[in-house]
Design a protein around this ligand. Structure first.
Ligand SMILES: Cc1cc2nc3c(=O)[nH]c(=O)nc-3n(C[C@H](O)[C@H](O)[C@H](O)COP(=O)(O)OP(=O)(O)OC[C@H]3O[C@@H](n4cnc5c(N)ncnc54)[C@H](O)[C@@H]3O)c2cc1C
Length: 382
């Protein structure tokens, strides 16, 4: 068993780390306060080859393997979950899904622009009455004179107000339940595609853009279908297999950032005439945090390695997402406590990580749903 990264993987890691630490980390607090991410940061991600990294060279990418992509998300997650989330949706849920399911024409029309960041992607699955149970979505795609006419509502759509391309799921034959769902590539400037920011203020991911989208008689030609009619649910789930690994890797980054910050703080802060790091109880906490980080890393890298071999890794990806997001929750909680009152203020990044990590436990399948996926792989389904 070889745990070493290849030179290509180490190169992606170093490039992503440089971008995350020099460009993202210094902005993370102000982005969180302002509730937005500067557009030039997206342009820079594209110029540095990150946005299109896993795409083949003919579409403007570098053909990264799945582990390289996970390493990139880990580095972004160490700096900021909103930026990592932006890229996971854009690159894993939209671009890689289009690469897998798109026709030659669709790939050529969209992928180079997605890699250059000229076009931003969003993934529209969740609805007011269909979250975890995505197969029960209520948006309809009515066949009409060779076209499809879409009606319905989507919520919580990351990048939804920024996107020029939306991957939208709607049911063309509700009598077939989830087998009637179709996937569509939608130009967000078409009439009938209305969007607005989600109401309320999020607990975390405050620099992310989250939209409520209304499909109001949106007319699409057949050529907008991604995959065959009725294949939409498979398209949606295959995208989540990619995206979940990104969320798991992002969570690993959050956990690593919280551990690093805690070690630094424990070595500097003195109480009772000693460094915090010299109290046995603090050492116990730091050791538990380090064990969680290492275990999460092994699971995330194993899932990435398996996907890189082209193997089916649904179970391993779900285990990685479940464990890494829960481990990061524990590590972030300990980090806030260890920082004392300072950890309760956004003066220190652990406060933001503590808020952000809850989102990673919810989107792309909650922790409950990951347990269902894992258990189903264990015991099957009657
Ligand atoms: C920050 C953020 C970004 C997001 N971005 C996107 C996006 O880009 N695109 C998109 O389509 N969606 C997005 N979502 C939506 C997200 O995927 C859903 O919120 C998530 O799938 C859960 O659905 P729900 O909110 O409807 O909760 P529900 O499905 O109503 O679940 C509520 C609770 O019940 C539990 N539950 C549900 N079913 C079961 C079961 N069978 N057994 C046990 N427990 C169960 C859940 O785990 C949860 O704890 C985003 C959400 C957030 C918070």
């Amino acid at each position: 068993m070889d745990f070493a990264l290849s030179p290509e993987q180490a190169g992606v890691q170093a490039r992503a780390r440089d971008f995350a630490q020099t460009r993202v980390a210094p902005l993370a607090r102000s982005m969180d306060e302002q509730g937005r991410m500067p557009r030039e940061l997206i342009g820079e991600m594209a110029r540095r080859g990150l946005l299109g990294g896993p795409l083949p060279p003919e579409y403007g990418g570098e053909g990264w393997d799945a582990l390289s992509l996970a390493l990139c998300y880990e580095e972004l997650g160490r700096a900021d979950s909103s930026v990592r989330g932006f890229m996971t949706v854009h690159t894993s849920l939209v671009a890689l899904c289009l690469l897998r399911w798109g026709t030659g024409e669709q790939r050529a029309a969209y992928l180079p622009r997605l890699a250059r960041g000229e076009l931003i992607g969003c993934y529209c699955l969740t609805e007011p009455n269909a979250g975890s149970d995505a197969g029960s979505l209520e948006s309809t795609a009515t066949p009409e004179g060779g076209d499809y006419v879409l009606r319905g509502e989507k919520i919580w759509i990351t990048n939804g107000n920024l996107a020029g391309l939306a991957l939208v799921f709607a049911n063309a034959d509700p009598s077939q339940k989830h087998r009637g769902i179709c996937a569509f590539l939608v130009d967000t400037h078409l009439p009938g595609f209305r969007r607005e920011p989600m109401p309320g203020r999020e607990l975390g991911h405050r620099a992310s853009d989250h939209a409520r989208i209304v499909l109001d008689g949106l007319r699409l030609p057949r050529s907008a279908l991604l995959g065959q009619p009725g294949e939409g649910f498979r398209v949606a789930m295959s995208a989540l297999d990619q995206g979940r690994l990104g969320v798991a890797a992002g969570a690993l980054g959050v956990a690593q950032a919280c551990l690093d910050a805690s070690v630094d703080f424990a070595r500097q802060r003195r109480q009772f005439g000693r460094r915090l790091a010299d109290f046995e109880m603090i050492q116990h906490d730091l050791a538990d945090m380090a064990a969680d980080v290492d275990a999460a890393r092994l699971l995330v890298y194993r899932a990435g390695w398996l996907q890189s071999q082209g193997a089916r890794a649904t179970r391993e990806v779900s285990i990685a997402k479940l464990f890494a997001t829960e481990a990061a929750g524990r590590v972030a909680g300990q980090a806030v406590l260890l920082h004392g009152g300072r950890g309760y203020s956004n003066e220190y990044p652990v406060e933001r990580h503590y808020r952000d990590i809850k989102g990673l436990q919810i989107y792309e399948g909650t922790a409950h749903i990951q347990r269902i996926v894992i258990a189903r792989e264990l015991v099957g389904k009657e």
